[in-house]
Ligand binder design. Structure first.
Ligand SMILES: *[C@@H]1O[C@H](CO)[C@@H](O)[C@H](O)[C@H]1NC(C)=O
Ligand SMILES: *[C@@H]1O[C@H](CO)[C@@H](O)[C@H](O)[C@H]1NC(C)=O
Length: 990
């Protein structure tokens, strides 16, 4: 066996990755020669490629791609020929060729191995393994050759594509128009490269919910306007062979085809034979047993209802035909049955019936594969939704059937096997609480976190990823496949290097730019993952607490500018790829998010009688147009190559299902020609939805005759200041002055002027803390003067509270009514039995998360207060009788182990008793807990505990109880924490 997995080795691999377009590969390509290189192309001459006539056709085909790839890079096309030892021409003998072959499937390569005594023991009999290296005297008269040897068909195919990728041909060269960087010369290292069996045996994707984008696009590009005769589907072999090539270039080997208005075998009879010829293992989705489609194929050819209790014989015969049809090809049979339309079987369905179905399906395999031990035929039973319930109710199927465990549709695996099994994962989804199928919204740190549990639990036989329309998830998909190819290469701390290597391969950029792109994509996916774009609305982010909406909007703008800056420096040849893979997803996401935020600000300003309401209404309208323009730009690049690919609607969901068209968020306008009743000036302090003067529902409980506004600031409030918006209450221009009765309060301006063209200004207040001790109150006065109007005066009370921390204290300090802590910023971390809380960089809504690590081995768990702990020192001033509420923000995660082992952790303050949190409610078998929709929508599970913590220094401890819990953030409410989406910004730490 090869030991690519040792951590020492991957460091070595990564060190050379950047030069050679390799992601998670051992590197064996260079563009200049040395004593230890083998020439692929030099002096405008390419090494000939030799194959054997008896080689797998799929390898023959991939070898032609390999030759074309060499031409893409160098402009020189190598010759390809079938040779035998006795047929070697003089020119071959005098050359230094590349010899390609599969062990036991190539007389040529067997001869070469025999002649050179090449040690193939490391790959022989190993699924999809390969080696490549220079050997001396491979064939009579041939001095030296570079041999590429696969242990089996795909081993050789993957070896070829592995080299192509390192030559500089992206797997996405066609699917995302990634240009190939050219070089005059091309070499491999004499030592070559190699790979053992992949970590996951079957690694693949599922095209699903392919309407509108993928289907409309394919109809335009691969048909002459009409799809397949019986189904109308555009997914014919012209489409699929493009996809097969992409999959193989990524080293995936498995596909579930599009199903909703398609039937793989019916749409084009060449689909299934060609998949096998290419080297792709076909499967069918969790709801399509025995290699036959439902609902489309059943509706065409089945008779009677899709109901095994009343129509068993017809369904049985239907399955027999599917099995006979699939027999010549490499397939994984889906066992079991679901109801029509991906719904559960009928209410009355019971475990006995399902067991009968599986037993009948095994009989079909026995009959059709007469003479074959059916336990050697790949079979899968998908524990999706209710079927998991049957499993938990005790239903069992024969051991050789792979159990496919699924996620919750939102990227959280529902259950991890206790024995080796497999996983179905979503980057795209249709269903409750809401579809997400528009744009990338999954962090690779999250994919890694969940799939590494799968690796840890030996769920490594089948990994299948629901990629929806495929296109918006290019990098995410490749990460999933790459991780399954060699899981040992990746750990929580090197995921960024996947993205930077990917950026360098795709865009031929230097390390600094690759780092910038990595950060752009990390922020893009973080922002889209903390609330899916489809779930955003105008009040998702708080419009008045913690400047949350403003900060979110600024972060989006920063992201937008960073991407545009790189886009503008790129050559016109590179721009289409960067547009598809980075610029469009960024700009489209920024546009959508800022449109919702602008709509929220518009609605709030309207209720505050501010003239600027109308500016935000204009902004929403402009962004709504921009959203369409971006879609149109995507459809028009490269002469419309990707027309329709962004057809997916995404603005304004009315329920879980996609809206039938995009609807602009609701906006308001104030009458711009009419003055607000209380006068020309509006005063809106931060921290409240209310505005003054005049009445406003939010000013006080009564809603009228309320006192003037007040605000307070302490010296440990993270922002260090407060602001007040001074705005127009109508068409009349005015000037204003700001004054106060104390010297310690400073405003960013003391006067200004407001008019319809400058309808509001934001004034910041800071405190000179050297002049304040304890809590002191200032009176601030805003005086407005307008032509023909009496002076308008609005006062505001401003309390400054100078708090004092015990000298020498180190840790977080209460400010603004609470203590907010990013979980990674611990004071201490205590290991127990080799387990430690480690950081998962990049995961989660705000910064990262901490989790007990490693997970593996005996899968230890602990009672509260006995396991590994992570500690946070904090200091409070609160006078809330010492009562504090601790909210621990945990990543959504289901009770994915034994139901008797629900996820848990404990929280403790000082020497009070630790409080255990089993934060995920238990649910009936196969169901999710009631609150699950809320958890996945918010992308967080908040858990609360109450403690006593008198003013002074304290320590909060998080204790491990069960593995895989990810803690992102901790908020200690000392009485002043206010509602927001992400929680207060992190407190000041000394
Ligand atoms: C090698 O032989 C196979 C099988 O006959 C054939 O399909 C293929 O085209 C041949 N390759 C070349 C380069 O002639
Ligand atoms: C392998 O090589 C040996 C000589 O080293 C020879 O006797 C034998 O016939 C060869 N086998 C094959 C299959 O070529």
């Amino acid at each position: 066996m090869l030991h690519l997995g040792s951590s020492r080795l991957w460091l070595g691999v990564l060190a050379v990755v950047s030069g050679a377009n390799a992601i998670g590969q051992s590197s064996c390509v260079s563009f200049s020669s040395s004593a230890s290189t083998f020439s692929i192309v030099s002096n405008k001459k390419a090494a000939p490629i030799l194959l054997s006539e008896d080689e797998w056709p799929g390898v023959q085909r991939a070898a032609t791609d390999f030759a074309t790839d060499i031409q893409r890079v160098t402009g020189v096309k190598p010759t390809l020929s079938n040779v035998t030892t006795s047929s070697l021409s003089a020119s071959v003998k005098s050359s230094l060729p590349i010899i390609v072959g599969t062990l036991g499937r190539s007389l040529l390569i067997d001869q070469v191995v025999n002649n050179t005594k090449l040690d193939v023991s490391s790959i022989e009999g190993q699924w999809e393994a390969f080696i490549a290296k220079e050997v001396a005297d491979p064939l009579p008269g041939v001095k030296s050759a570079y041999v590429i040897v696969g242990a089996d068909k795909r081993g050789t195919i993957f070896a070829l594509y592995d080299h192509s990728e390192q030559f500089g041909v992206s797997p996405w060269y066609w699917w995302a128009d990634v240009p190939t960087t050219t070089h005059d010369e091309l070499f491999t290292t004499s030592a070559g490269c190699s790979h053992g069996s992949p970590s996951v045996k079957y690694r693949g994707i599922f095209l699903n919910d392919e309407q509108p984008a993928l289907q409309n696009w394919a109809a335009e590009k691969f048909t002459n306007g009409t799809g397949a005769p019986l189904t109308g589907s555009p997914f014919n072999h012209f489409f699929y062979t493009k996809l097969f090539e992409l999959l193989l270039r990524m080293k995936a080997n498995y596909l579930w085809p599009a199903i909703w208005s398609s039937a793989f075998n019916i749409d084009d009879p060449e689909n299934q034979p060609l998949a096998d010829w290419w080297g792709i293992v076909m499967g069918t989705s969790h709801q399509e047993p025995m290699m036959r489609g439902t609902p489309i194929e059943w509706n065409l050819f089945g008779s009677g209802p899709w109901n095994y209790s009343t129509n068993a014989q017809n369904i049985y015969n239907y399955w027999v035909n599917g099995t006979i049809r699939a027999k010549p090809y490499e397939s994984i049979f889906t066992m079991g049955m679901r109801g029509d339309g991906d719904l559960p079987l009928s209410e009355t369905t019971n475990v006995d019936l399902l067991e009968q179905i599986v037993s009948d399906q095994r009989q079909i395999l026995t009959d059709v594969f007469n003479g074959t031990n059916i336990t050697t035929i790949p079979q899968m039973w998908c524990l999706y939704k209710e079927v998991q319930g049957y499993y938990e109710d005790g239903m069992r199927v024969p051991d050789d059937i792979t159990l496919l465990w699924t996620d919750d549709n939102y990227g959280n695996i529902r259950r991890f096997p206790l024995v080796s099994e497999r996983v179905y994962y979503h980057f795209d989804y249709v269903g409750s609480p809401r579809d997400y199928k528009w744009i990338t919204s999954t962090q690779i740190s999250k994919t890694y976190e969940q799939m590494s549990i799968a690796i840890d639990r030996n769920a490594d036989r089948i990994w299948i990823l629901n990629v929806g329309d495929l296109k918006p998830y290019e990098m995410d998909t490749e990460f999933f496949i790459t991780y399954g190819w060699n899981a040992s290469l990746w750990n929580p701390n090197n995921l960024d290097s996947f993205v930077t290597s990917w950026a360098q391969r795709e865009f031929d950029v230097n390390q600094d730019t690759a780092n910038d792109i990595s950060e752009i994509l990390a922020n893009l996916t973080r922002f889209n993952a903390r609330r899916k774009p489809e779930l955003l609305n105008s009040t998702s982010y708080s419009l008045w607490n913690y400047r949350e909406a403003d900060i979110a909007s600024e972060a989006w703008e920063t992201l937008s500018n960073a991407s545009t800056k790189i886009y503008n420096t790129m050559s016109s040849a590179m721009q289409p790829a960067f547009f598809q893979l980075v610029q469009h997803p960024v700009q489209a996401s920024v546009t959508l998010a800022n449109m919702w935020i602008a709509a929220g600000i518009n609605n709030l300003r309207a209720s505050q009688a501010r003239l600027s309401t109308n500016n935000y209404a204009d902004q929403v309208e402009q962004l709504f147009e921009q959203d369409f323009d971006l879609e149109t730009e995507y459809h028009s690049i490269l002469d419309g190559k990707w027309d329709h690919m962004m057809d997916q609607t995404h603005v304004m969901y009315y329920y879980w299902q996609q809206p039938m068209t995009n609807t602009m968020p609701l906006i308001s306008r104030v009458q711009p020609k009419k003055q607000a009743l209380p006068g020309v000036m509006r005063i809106a302090p931060e921290g409240t939805p209310a505005a003054w003067p005049g009445d406003n529902f939010f000013q006080c409980a009564a809603g009228d005759n309320c006192p003037p506004p007040t605000m307070s600031l302490d010296n440990f409030t993270p922002f260090g200041n407060r602001f007040v918006d001074v705005g127009a209450g109508g068409p009349l221009a005015f000037t204003y002055t700001i004054s106060s009765n104390v010297s310690w309060l400073k405003s960013s301006v003391t006067k200004g002027s407001i008019s319809p063209s400058n309808p509001e200004e934001r004034v910041f207040f800071t405190v000179d803390w050297s002049q304040v001790s304890g809590a002191q109150l200032a009176q601030v006065s805003f005086n407005a003067t307008a032509k023909g109007q009496p002076e308008l005066v609005q006062t505001l009370g401003f309390t400054a509270n100078n708090t004092v921390v015990a000298s020498g204290f180190k840790g977080f300090i209460e400010g603004d009514g609470g203590v907010s802590i990013e979980a990674v910023h611990a004071s201490r971390n205590t290991s127990v039995d080799g387990l430690t809380w480690i950081n998962l960089p990049g995961i989660g809504r705000t910064l990262s998360g901490v989790t007990p690590w490693p997970r593996g081995g005996a899968d230890l768990n602990f009672t509260a207060g006995s396991g590994p702990s992570i500690e946070y020192d904090f200091f409070t001033f609160n006078n809330n009788d010492g009562n504090v509420t601790v909210t621990t923000y945990v990543s959504p995660s289901l009770n994915a182990f034994d139901p008797d082992r629900p996820l848990g952790f404990a929280v403790q303050i000082d020497s009070e008793a630790p409080q255990s949190n089993y934060f995920m409610p238990l649910a009936p078998p196969g169901d999710e807990p009631d609150a699950w929709n809320e958890f996945v929508s918010d992308s967080i599970v908040p858990t609360t505990n109450n403690f006593m913590a008198a003013p002074g220094a304290h320590t909060l401890k998080i204790w491990m109880i069960e593995p895989t819990v990810v803690v992102q953030k901790i908020v200690i409410d000392t009485g002043g924490v206010r509602p927001s989406y992400l929680g207060p910004p992190e407190s000041i730490r000394v």
